[in-house]
Unconditional design. Structure first.
Length: 107
């Protein structure tokens, strides 16, 4: 998988957590991170995706994707975002990832 696919999967996980919590701080992050606002592969706030790409490898194995995602989330130094992400364990992560990668999507 590539960086954008990992970024989008993180977005899906955090968005699902936001659906449950409606946390304003998490919502603000998701607004800037939204990978679906534009046609290209990026985020609503280009700096969010650019900073993400600086921190993660270009190609990511499915097996290492959860750990890489966790490292990125930790780098944000935001407890609410971290807690929201960690509300999905690795098994739930792989379920979301499998569904996303099997469906047509932007790369």
């Amino acid at each position: 998988m590539n960086q954008f696919e990992l970024f989008t999967t993180i977005f899906y996980v955090l968005d699902a957590a936001w659906d449950k919590s409606k946390d304003e701080e998490l919502g603000d992050f998701l607004s800037g991170a939204n990978p679906f606002l534009f046609e290209d592969s990026g985020s609503a706030d280009p700096a969010v995706f650019a900073e993400f790409c600086e921190q993660v490898p270009r190609e990511i194995s499915v097996g290492s994707s959860y750990q890489i995602a966790c490292q990125y989330i930790e780098s944000l130094h935001n407890r609410k975002i971290r807690d929201a992400f960690l509300s999905f364990d690795e098994q739930a992560w792989h379920k979301v990832l499998k569904e996303y990668l099997a469906a047509p999507h932007k790369r």
